[in-house]
Write a protein that binds this ligand. Sequence first.
Ligand code: CAA
Length: 259
Amino acid sequence: TVTYEHILLEHRDTVGLITLNRPEALNALCDTLTKELTDALERLEVDERIGAIVITGSPKAFGAGADIKEMQPKSFADVYLEDFITSTWEAPAKSRKPVIAAVAGFALGGGAELAMMCDFIIAADTAKFGQPEITIGILPGAGGTQRLTRSVGKAKAMDLVLTGRMIDAEEAERIGLVARVVPAEELLTEALAAAEKIAAFSRPAVLMAKEAVNSAFETPLAEGLRFERRLFHAAFATDGQAEGMSAFLDKRRPEFNNR
Ligand code: CAA
């Protein structure tokens, strides 16, 4: 096991649990935190025991955004040359294993963008989402104008990005930003249960399904459908297909070997 400064990494059987743990700054995503997050995700990615990942924060904050103290002195040349901020931030979006964001409290700016890089968001009824960058003289820089717009459409994205207002969990679910809202005290249990369920399915099928859904955002419909069909055909070459279908017909639980 590795020890980090601003995150906790735990193995819960088949699920990798990453807890953002920088309470003094409401999990503001400083340079160290984002590097640790990337490192943890890379470790989970190559760990064969792990079938799904949950990223969570504290009851008060999933993440209050990029670290404003660190950003304040930066010049154009600084941020341009280091390609701030996505170069260190794309890890959740790059992961091939499913990643669930379990969000309670504030998910603002980079915190909301981090949640949107995950495959889906389960929100506590205490969650608050927003892109407040406009209020500090900048704009979202880690996908907030792109992933948010794809997920909720132009009207809501413009409203949130241009006014910087926060929305509660109920509104976030209504507009399609989050997949489910649960009582705060059940957040982690629900997210871990969802991740365990996913991790128990045939892993090639899970990875293919994720890849296919993601292609919907990158390709024209005809290409996406073609890609889906190729993966669907490929699934018939897996042990999972043989086992899953036999188990159904034998009326027993499937036992997948991840092949
Ligand atoms: N960066 C650095 N420190 C932060 C922070 C941030 N984004 N958000 C909160 N903190 C710190 C505060 O400075 C404070 O530290 P001190 O106790 O040392 O003063 C501590 O966390 C607690 O915060 P508050 O006292 O402000 O707590 P609150 O409950 O009164 O308010 C809040 C909570 C509404 C989330 C408020 O902290 C806030 O507005 N935070 C900033 C949110 C924001 O603007 N995020 C966008 C950042 S830009 C970005 O993310 C760019 C991008 O797209 C990548």
